[in-house]
Write a protein that binds this ligand. Structure first.
Ligand code: KIV
Ligand code: ZN
Length: 530
C-alpha cells in the first residue's frame, strides 16, 4: 500500500455503540454498516462478539451481508473471546480479529492484577491464537498512552513477532496531548523491531477534546490507520470523529499529503442516519455536520461570501453532502420518485420495507401539502426500527386544560396478542400518558430528557419527540414521529420501554388484562413531563 494512503477504521458499531443509550438493534446496525460501506470506509468494527448474543449476531450478520470493507470483531486476549470472535467473522470475505490487552501500570495493578511478564505472555498467546484463524490481526495495548514507553515497546515488539499486522496505539482515556502522543509513536517507530512491516493505527478518545488533534499529529509521525466514529460517538466524551479527521486530511492535503477512499458527499447523510438511529443528535456548531457548520450570520461574513465564497468557507458544503436545496415530494409523487429519494438519502431498504414507506408516505402526503427530505428520513427510520416490538400503541386519549385534572387513557397491544388498557392522572397530558404506559407495561423508568421538535417547516410539520430515560442503571432512548406531538411522545416512550423490556422483561403480575379504570393512584416512577 502506498505511503500516502490513510486507512479509515470505523468503530461506530462497537466503541460508538458503547455511548450510554446508543445501543442499536440488529436491523439498525446492518443499515449503518451498509451506509459505512457506501461512505467508503476501509474497515468496519462491527462489534464485540463475546459481549452478548446480540453483539455476536450483529457481527455475524454484517460479516455475511456487507461486502467490500474489512469486517472486524473485537476480542480480549483469551481463547474464549477469540474463538467467539472468529465464529462471528468466519463468513466475511475479509475478516479481521482485533485483540486487546491493557498495558498501563494502573490497569496491570488494579484491573488485571498481572505483572509485566504475564502481560507479554497473554498478548503473545492472544495474537498467536487469533493468527491461527486469519491473517489479518490487529493488536491494541489498551491505555497505551499511559503506559511506560519502554514497556509498551517491549509488548508491541512481541505482539508483532506473534503475527500482528496492524498495531493500534489507543489513548483509551483521552489523556494524551498532541506532542506527547506524537512522541510515543516516534519512540515506537525508532525502537520496535518489525514495526515498519505493519500498519500503525491510532485510537483516541475525546475526554479533553483532543481526539482529532491527537490522531492528526500521529499521522504526521507515520500512523496510517485512524480509528474513528461517525459524529464522534463513543465511550464518555466519545472517539475521534470520522467526518472531522477525514475533512482535515482532505482540506489540508497540502500539509498531510494523505488520501482516503471516503466519498465525502456521504458524510452528511451518514451522520444524520447515525444521529437518528441512536437518538443522539449532533450539536449545532459541530464541525462538518452540525447545523451551523456552514451558516454565516455576521454581516461582514455574508458580504464576503457573496463576493467570493472562499473568503469565509474553507470547504464546499456540497463536498460533505449538505444538500443545496431540499427536494420536496407531494401526494402526486410516484413510487419511483420515492424509491430514488430514499436511496439518495442513504437508506438501503428492501422491496417490502419500501412498500411500507410508500404507504406511509401516501398517508402523510394526504395530511401535509409537501413532504420534505426529513419527513422521508423519518418514515424510512420508522421502518428500520420496526423490529418485532413487545408493546405497540393501539390508541390513546388525553385531556388537559385550565381547571381540569390532566389525564390519559391508553390501549397497548402486547406481542402475545392481548390488548391492555389503563388510565392515569398526571402533571400534564404527557406526564399522564407516560404514567399510564408505565402502569400497563409494569416497567418504570426515570425520565432524564424529553424534547419535542419540528422535523420540517410549516404548520403541518411532523413533530419528533425524543426521550432519554434510565432503568436499572442504564440509559435508554426512544424517538417517535407524528403530526400530533402527543402521539409522537407516546410512540417515543413506547420505543424506549420496548428497549428496556428487551433487557429486563417486566414482571407478569404487573400486566393486567383489559381494564379501563381511571384513578389517581401513583405510578412507580417519579418521571415528570408535561
Ligand atoms: O479505547 C480503547 O482502548 C479501545 C480498545 C479496545 C481498542 O476501545
Ligand atoms: Zn476505545
Amino acid at each position: 500500500m502506498s505511503d500516502d494512503r490513510l486507512i479509515i477504521f470505523d468503530t461506530t458499531l462497537r466503541d460508538g455503540e458503547q455511548s450510554p443509550g446508543a445501543s442499536m438493534n440488529l436491523a439498525e446496525k446492518i443499515e449503518i454498516a451498509h451506509a459505512l460501506r457506501e461512505l467508503g470506509v476501509d474497515v468496519i468494527e462491527a462489534g464485540f462478539p463475546i459481549a452478548s448474543p446480540g453483539d455476536f449476531e450483529a457481527v455475524q450478520a454484517v460479516a455475511r451481508q456487507v461486502n467490500g470493507p474489512i469486517i472486524c470483531g473485537l476480542a480480549r486476549c483469551n481463547p474464549v473471546d477469540i474463538d467467539r470472535a472468529w465464529e462471528a467473522l468466519r463468513d466475511a470475505s475479509r475478516p479481521r480479529i482485533h485483540v486487546f490487552l491493557a498495558t498501563s501500570a494502573i490497569h496491570r495493578e488494579f484491573k488485571l492484577k498481572m505483572d509485566k511478564d504475564e502481560i507479554i505472555q497473554r498478548a503473545v498467546e492472544g495474537v498467536s491464537r487469533a493468527k491461527g484463524y486469519c491473517d489479518d490481526i490487529e493488536f491494541s495495548p489498551e491505555d497505551a498512552a499511559r503506559t511506560e514507553l519502554d514497556f509498551l515497546a517491549e509488548v508491541v515488539e512481541r505482539a508483532l513477532a506473534a503475527g500482528t499486522t496492524t498495531l493500534n496505539i489507543p489513548d483509551t482515556v483521552g489523556y494524551a496531548v498532541p506532542s506527547q502522543y506524537a512522541a510515543a509513536i516516534r519512540h515506537l517507530k525508532k525502537t520496535v523491531r518489525g514495526i515498519d512491516d505493519v500498519v500503525i493505527s491510532v485510537h483516541c478518545h475525546n475526554d479533553l477534546g483532543l481526539a482529532v488533534a491527537n490522531s492528526l499529529t500521529a499521522l504526521k509521525e507515520g500512523a496510517r490507520q485512524v480509528e474513528c466514529t461517525i459524529n464522534g460517538l463513543g465511550e464518555r466524551a466519545g472517539n475521534c470523529a470520522l467526518e472531522e479527521v477525514v475533512m482535515a486530511a482532505k482540506t489540508r492535503g497540502d500539509f498531510f499529503g494523505l488520501r482516503t477512499t471516503i466519498n465525502t458527499k456521504r458524510l452528511h447523510p451518514t451522520s444524520r442516519l447515525v444521529a437518528h438511529v441512536t437518538g443522539i443528535q449532533v450539536q449545532r456548531n459541530k464541525a462538518i455536520v452540525g447545523l451551523n457548520a456552514f451558516a454565516h450570520e455576521a454581516g461582514i461574513h455574508q458580504d464576503g461570501m457573496l463576493k467570493e465564497r472562499r473568503t469565509y468557507e474553507i470547504m464546499n458544503p456540497e463536498d460533505v453532502g449538505l444538500p443545496k436545496t431540499q427536494l420536496v415530494l407531494g401526494k402526486h409523487s410516484g413510487r419511483h420518485a420515492l424509491r430514488q429519494r430514499v436511496r439518495d438519502l442513504g437508506y438501503h431498504l428492501d422491496d417490502e420495507q419500501l412498500r411500507k414507506v410508500f404507504d406511509s408516505f401516501k398517508a402523510l402526503a394526504d395530511r401535509k401539502k409537501v413532504v420534505y427530505d426529513a419527513d422521508i428520513e423519518a418514515l424510512a427510520e420508522a421502518v428500520i426500527h420496526d423490529s418485532p416490538a413487545l408493546w405497540t400503541l393501539e390508541s390513546f386519549h388525553t385531556s388537559a386544560g385550565t381547571g381540569t385534572l390532566p389525564m390519559a387513557g391508553v390501549a397497548l397491544r402486547h406481542a402475545d396478542g392481548n390488548r391492555y388498557e389503563d388510565a392515569a392522572l398526571g402533571d400534564g397530558p404527557v406526564d399522564a400518558l407516560f404514567k399510564t404506559i408505565e402502569r400497563i407495561t409494569g416497567i418504570s423508568v426515570q425520565l432524564r430528557d424529553y424534547q419535542v421538535r419540528s422535523v420540517t417547516v410549516g404548520e403541518d410539520a411532523q413533530g419528533e419527540a425524543s426521550i432519554e430515560a434510565e432503568a436499572n442503571g442504564r440509559t435508554y432512548r426512544g424517538r417517535g414521529i407524528s403530526t400530533d406531538i402527543i402521539e409522537a411522545s407516546a410512540l417515543a416512550f413506547i420505543q424506549m420501554i420496548n428497549r428496556v423490556a428487551m433487557r429486563f422483561p417486566a414482571r407478569e403480575d404487573k400486566m393486567r388484562p383489559e381494564t379501563a379504570r381511571a384513578d389517581d393512584s401513583q405510578p412507580t416512577s417519579s418521571a415528570a413531563a408535561s
